[in-house]
Design a protein around this ligand. Structure first.
Ligand code: RIB
Ligand code: CA
Length: 315
């Protein structure tokens, strides 16, 4: 069982990643750290706690981290996730206290306490990880793996033509993380290629469970937008990243490249430059997941929503 810290800007798709990470037998979620991103920070914190309560995991500590990017200002993604991040109306107040301590400090402490044993699943902007690295430059040698949902590899972005949201929101942090850590990257392009199609969404609509109802609630805005844009289905970036971490059998092709980020303000802020030909001289230490099994990902999600068992289809 892989020990994991989930670093999240908890809104729609983050909730599904968090639920999957908790419910699969493949992962053990030891802490959740919250980072500025999708919606207001305090809402994200509540969204994380609420999601943990839905999967009977209120004992998992939630640490509060960076409330803003390292340098840049950023806008929330409420147009994707709804005002509160859970599709619009749902704004739970759980009454659960956050754990004591600043998330970057906690990431360092836990990795120092268990060197080489903890994987970081980063499904929001990379501010907390960059701050953790600034506190302890040995962190790359103390973590097991670092998985990141972010970037747009050879595809248009989702927040600007050049950039994907997580990397755009804090490009300075992303660049530092790609430079310091050997990252496994699930980018926006892969999410588009493995979107949940309308047949899968119709199956989910027919599932009468609390988790399926929650999925429908938190994805209603992004579904409406997808339908309006003529897309066949919806992406689940963070859920896909959690599933690819948990289930190696879903990874169809992974290649290593040098990945660098444009930190400058302006048109190409957050652009992820991938050195396919090895011409930059930078070390090819980012493992890009280039292909994944979309059908088996859908089955994992259906198993989770139907019977709280994402592992069911892979047993
Ligand atoms: O671009 C998709 C990413 O940005 C996901 O992590 C989503 O939750 C938002 O944070
Ligand atoms: Ca996210």
């Amino acid at each position: 069982m892989r020990r994991v810290i989930v670093d999240t800007d908890t809104a729609g798709d983050d909730t599904q990643a968090l639920a999957l990470a908790v419910l699969t037998d493949r992962l053990s979620v030891e802490a959740v750290t919250v980072v500025a991103g999708n919606v207001s920070f305090d809402r994200q914190v509540e969204n994380a706690k609420y999601t943990l309560s839905l999967v009977d995991s209120v004992d998992t500590p939630v640490y509060e981290g960076a409330r803003s990017p390292l340098v840049k200002s950023h806008e929330h993604a409420t147009e994707i996730h709804g005002e509160g991040g859970l599709g619009g109306d749902l704004r739970p107040e759980t009454g659960i206290d956050s754990a004591e301590g600043f998330a970057p400090d906690e990431i360092v402490a836990r990795c120092r306490e268990s060197p080489g044993e903890i994987t970081l699943l980063c499904i929001g902007p990379l501010t907390n990880l960059a701050l953790a690295h600034a506190r302890d430059k040995d962190l790359p040698d103390l973590v097991d793996e670092v998985w990141v949902m972010g970037g747009a590899v050879e595809c248009r972005g989702n927040v600007t033509p050049a950039a994907e949201f997580n990397v755009w929101a804090d490009p300075d942090a992303a660049n530092r993380v790609f430079d310091a850590f050997d990252v496994t990257l699930v980018d926006w392009g892969l999410c588009l290629r493995t979107a949940l199609d309308t047949d899968t969404l119709a199956e989910i609509d027919a599932i009468d469970t609390d988790l399926a109802a929650f999925f429908r609630e938190v994805t209603n805005v992004v579904r409406d937008r997808g339908e309006a844009a003529g897309l066949d289905g919806i992406t689940q970036p963070d859920g896909l990243t959690a599933a690819l971490l948990a289930y190696p059998e879903l990874r169809e092709r992974v290649e290593s490249y040098a990945v660098e980020v444009d930190e400058r303000e302006g048109l190409t802020r957050g652009y992820t430059s991938v050195d396919f030909e090895g011409v930059t001289g930078a070390s090819a230490d980012t493992r890009v997941v280039e292909a994944a099994d979309a059908e088996r990902f859908a089955e994992v999600l259906l198993g989770m929503l139907r019977e709280r068992d994402p592992d069911a289809s892979l047993a």
